[in-house]
Design a protein around this ligand. Structure first.
Ligand SMILES: [Mn+2]
Length: 333
């Protein structure tokens, strides 16, 4: 049904512009490529909006590979170019987020009335206003999984190259941590379809390769972890050591893979002078509630905050108080 509606919207538009969230990950880029293919299968021009100054190290290798493919790369445009191209006959497809403040170019949202949102995150209060079509499936593993399902029902003319199929599969693999989290039978169905279209798992592995200094930085944070209450790991960087948000998120992810740890918090100084905290949980402890009490936000299993005018020590003390309150405060979660 959604696939049919999507086809109609594409056919009734002049062109299709696609954007993910800021600092897009492989899921956002892979899903964007999938939507591009839907536009092309319906004989419409499609463009993916990507800010060349906002490419995270996590997707850098994938983007480098796309750049080598002249045909595919020619469909990527900057936010400035997108602002020139957009008209009210443009179909704007937002993937892997539904928050206006997170999209690649927020101004695009006001330039057309035809906006489609495809996302797998739990619905937040902040939502793109008045979308034409919303496809939100919080039980899906990834946006790439949802978009792959849409692709399967598009015209037969649709042809996925090895690289395009691999980009979509990378989105699924990254968002599921290689089929260990949020993976349903539909996830395997989508992966199977992509594999049959030539998706290359060795190339996915190459996309996920990381630089040694990233690994070392993450390890430094993990090394500092200790256990506060049963199953809760807290790690804090040193004063004067800045870590990017991706590194602290990855450190929290990694801690969660350790035996006995059900919840992890990583605290560090950031380049902007604030203190960042990244929180992860296997699901029994609601880290969203804990981060919200520190003016942050997120999901049950994945949340974060940034604190102004404080130190690592004070942030840690506050966090521990809030964790204690969470367990003892009486309001059952
Ligand atoms: Mn995603």
């Amino acid at each position: 049904m959604i696939s049919h509606a999507m086809k109609e919207l594409v056919q009734n538009s002049e062109r299709v512009l696609i954007m993910g969230h800021k600092s897009p990950d492989m899921d956002a880029v892979g899903a964007s490529i999938g939507i591009l293919k839907i536009a092309q299968a319906n004989q419409k021009e499609g463009n993916i909006v990507l800010d060349p100054d906002d490419i995270d190290t996590g997707v850098q290798r994938m983007i480098e590979e796309i750049e080598k493919d002249d045909e595919l790369w020619s469909n990527f445009i900057t936010p400035e170019d997108a602002m020139e191209l957009v008209t009210n006959d443009t179909l704007l497809v937002v993937v892997d987020t539904h928050k206006p403040s997170l999209v690649m170019e927020e101004k695009l949202l006001t330039k057309t009335e035809h906006v489609v949102v495809i996302d797998h995150h739990r619905r937040a209060e902040e939502f793109i206003s008045d979308p034409t079509l919303v496809y939100m499936e919080p039980y899906a593993s990834s946006t790439a999984e949802l978009v792959t399902e849409l692709l399967e029902y598009q015209p037969k003319k649709l042809k996925l190259s090895m690289l395009e199929a691999t980009a979509l599969l990378s989105g699924i693999i990254v968002d599921t941590k290689a089929f260990t989290l949020r993976t349903g039978s539909r996830t395997f169905d989508a992966a199977s379809y992509l594999r049959s279209k030539g998706a290359d798992t060795v190339l996915v592995q190459k996309f996920m390769k990381e630089d040694i200094d990233v690994y070392v930085q993450r390890s430094r944070l993990i090394e500092k972890a200790d256990i506060y209450r049963e199953g809760i790991a807290i790690s804090a960087g040193e004063h004067g050591e800045e870590y990017g948000p991706v590194i602290i998120a990855q450190a929290a992810d990694t801690l969660l893979t350790m035996t006995g740890i059900v919840c992890s918090f990583v605290i560090s100084e950031r380049k902007d002078g604030r203190i960042g905290i990244s929180a992860r949980s296997l699901g029994d402890i609601n880290v969203q509630v804990i981060m919200e009490r520190m003016n942050g936000g997120g999901h049950l299993t994945n949340a974060a905050t940034q604190l102004e005018d404080t130190t690592i020590e004070d942030a840690r003390a506050l966090l521990q108080d809030i964790i204690d309150e969470y367990f003892e405060g009486g309001d059952e979660e």
